[in-house]
Design a protein around this ligand. Structure first.
Ligand SMILES: Cc1cc2nc3c(=O)[nH]c(=O)nc-3n(C[C@H](O)[C@H](O)[C@H](O)COP(=O)(O)OP(=O)(O)OC[C@H]3O[C@@H](n4cnc5c(N)ncnc54)[C@H](O)[C@@H]3O)c2cc1C
Length: 430
C-alpha cells in the first residue's frame, strides 16, 4: 500500500469536483444567513454526492493495466468503496440540509421539501435512487455481517438502477447538464463493460497439471491456447475454470496471484482451499479449459527504488514472492539484496520452501529464511533484526492474512520504517 497520490487519484479528484465547479457561477457563494447557507450546503452536497456516486460506478471498471494508475486493483476498489460511501452520506446530507433550510419558512414547508406532492416526480426519483443505494450498500458495508461474495456481487447490479434514478432526479433540476451526461455515461459504460464486455479480455488456457503442494494447497499449471498473458511478478488474474466435473465455482471468476515468472510460457497459480470454489479446484481435471483475465495489481511497482528489499510472505500470501523469486532466477541477476522471510505455522505448511531455498542457493543476492509461528510465536524484533539488521533501510513488501499484515506493519513502524516504504497486499477484497 503506497501512500502518495497516484496519477489516477488526481484525475478522479478533478472529476469529483467538475460538476461543482461548473455549477458555482449559478450557485454563487453561500450567504451569511443560516437558511440560505444551509440551502447552499444542501445543493453542493447533492452535486458532490451525485458526482461521487457516478464515479463509484466508473471505478468499478476492470480493464487490465488501467488499475495501475491507481496503484493496483485492490487500491482502486478501496477508492470505489470510499466514493460509494461518501456519495451515500452526502446525498443524505443533501436532503436534510435542504429541508432544514426551509424550517424558518415553517415546518410544513420543510416536510414538503422532503416529501412533495407526487406530481414533483424528480424529487421522488431522488428518494428511489437513495433507497436503491441503501439496498446495495447495506451488505457492502457489512452492517448485517459479512455477505457471501457472489450474493454481494449480484446485489451490486442494483447500483445501476440507483445511478439511472439519480440521473433522472438530477437532470431536470440541475442547471448544467453536460457534466452529468459525461460522468453518467462513464459510470454506465463501466457497468456495461463489467457485465457485457469484460469477457472479451479473457484468454483461453488449458489446465495442464494440478500439482499437490501440501494438504489443501495445489499448484495449477496452465498452458495458453492462443494469445498468452503478459504480466509482471506479483500481479494477479481472474481465473474462471470451465471444468465440467467441478463441484463448485465452474465458470465463476476468482482472483489468484501468478506464482510463475513472466518469462515462463505457463501460468502457475498456488491455490489454497479456502471455500467452495477453491476447494473444488484442488481436484480440477488436467486437460480441462479455463479463462484467464488480467493481469491486475501493482504489488512490486514498476520503478525499482534501488534499495535492498525485504519480502515477508505468510500462508498463501507467499505466492507473489514465489513469482518474484522465480523471476529473479529466470533473469539470473538480483539488483542489491533480496531477503524473503517465509512465515508459516509449521514446516509442513511452508509449501514452496524447498524450491525457494534451491533458488537462493543458485542466486547470489537472494536469500530465504523460514519462521514458524508454532515454534516461536509471532515474528518478533529479535528474529527480524537477527536476519535483517538493516531493516529500516529496506524497501519492504508484505503479503499475508490481515492480522499478520497488521502485526508486521506495527513491528516495522516501531523500527522507524516509513509507511511509504511498506507495500502490503491482503488476498481478499471485501
Ligand atoms: C488479489 C488477490 C489475490 C489472491 N491470490 C490468491 C492466491 O494466489 N492463492 C489463493 O489460494 N488465494 C488467493 N486469493 C484468495 C482467493 O481469491 C479466494 O480464496 C477465493 O476467491 C475463494 O473463493 P471460494 O469460493 O473458494 O471461497 P468463498 O468462501 O467464496 O470465499 C472465501 C474468501 O475469499 C473471498 N472471495 C471469494 N470470491 C472472491 C472473489 N471473486 N474476489 C475476491 N475475493 C473473493 C471472500 O470474500 C472470502 O473472504 C487472492 C485474492 C485476491 C483478492
Amino acid at each position: 500500500m503506497r501512500h502518495h497520490p497516484r496519477a489516477g487519484d488526481l484525475v478522479l479528484l478533478a472529476a469529483v469536483l467538475l460538476p461543482l465547479v461548473v455549477a458555482l457561477p449559478r450557485l454563487g457563494w453561500p450567504a451569511t444567513d443560516a437558511g440560505a447557507w444551509l440551502a447552499w450546503v444542501g445543493r453542493a452536497a447533492g452535486i458532490l454526492g451525485l458526482a461521487m456516486l457516478l464515479l463509484a460506478a466508473t471505478t468499478s471498471i476492470r480493464v487490465p493495466g488501467w488499475d495501475r494508475a491507481f496503484g493496483g486493483l485492490a487500491r482502486l476498489w478501496r477508492l470505489h468503496h470510499a466514493l460509494g460511501f461518501g456519495a451515500f452520506v452526502l446525498l443524505m446530507a443533501h436532503a436534510l440540509a435542504l429541508a432544514l433550510a426551509a424550517v424558518p419558512l415553517g415546518l410544513s414547508v420543510a416536510v414538503d421539501v422532503l416529501f412533495p406532492p407526487l406530481s414533483r416526480g424528480a424529487i421522488w426519483l431522488g428518494w428511489l435512487a437513495w433507497l436503491a443505494m441503501l439496498l446495495f450498500l447495506t451488505p457492502t458495508f457489512g452492517f448485517f455481517g459479512r455477505p457471501r461474495y457472489q450474493t454481494w456481487k449480484r446485489l451490486h447490479l442494483v447500483s445501476a438502477a440507483a445511478l439511472l434514478l439519480a440521473l433522472a432526479h438530477a437532470l431536470p433540476l440541475a442547471g448544467e447538464a453536460w457534466p452529468w451526461w459525461l460522468l453518467g455515461l462513464a459510470g454506465l459504460a463501466a457497468i456495461a463493460w463489467r457485465k457485457l464486455g469484460s469477457h472479451r479480455a479473457r484468454l483461453a488456457y488449458r489446465i495442464e497439471a494440478v500439482e499437490p503442494l501440501a494438504r489443501g494447497v495445489v499448484e495449477l499449471v496452465l498452458a495458453p491456447q492462443g494469445r498468452r498473458l503478459v504480466h509482471e511478478p506479483g500481479q494477479f488474474v481472474y481465473l474462471a475454470p470451465l471444468d465440467a466435473t467441478l463441484s463448485a465455482g465452474r465458470g465463476e471468476e476468482h482472483p489468484y496471484t501468478l506464482a510463475s515468472a513472466p518469462a515462463d510460457g505457463r501460468l502457475r497459480i498456488g491455490i489454497k482451499d479456502l471455500g467452495d470454489a477453491s476447494h473444488a479446484l484442488q481436484t480440477a481435471t488436467p486437460g480441462s479449459m479455463a479463462q484467464v483475465e488480467g493481469p491486475y495489481g501493482d504489488f512490486f511497482g514498476r520503478h525499482p527504488t534501488g534499495r535492498d528489499r525485504l519480502w515477508l510472505g505468510g500462508g498463501i500470501g507467499i505466492t507473489p514472492f514465489v513469482g518474484g523469486a522465480r523471476d529473479l532466477l529466470a533473469r539470473g541477476v538480483v539488483e542489491g539484496q533480496v531477503l524473503l522471510i517465509y512465515l508459516a505455522n509449521r514446516p509442513e505448511r511452508a509449501y514452496y520452501l524447498d524450491e525457494l531455498e534451491a533458488i537462493a542457493e543458485r542466486l547470489a543476492g537472494f536469500s530465504v529464511v523460514a519462521h514458524y509461528y508454532l515454534e516461536r510465536g509471532a515474528l518478533d524484533l529479535a528474529f527480524l533484526t537477527a536476519h535483517c539488521p538493516d531493516v529500516a533501510e529496506r524497501e519492504i513488501h508484505l503479503c499475508g492474512p490481515p492480522a499478520m499484515n497488521a502485526h508486521l506493519r506495527r513491528l516495522l513502524a516501531g523500527q522507524g520504517v516509513p509507511r511509504s516504504r511498506i507495500h502490503s497486499e491482503v488476498l481478499e477484497f471485501l
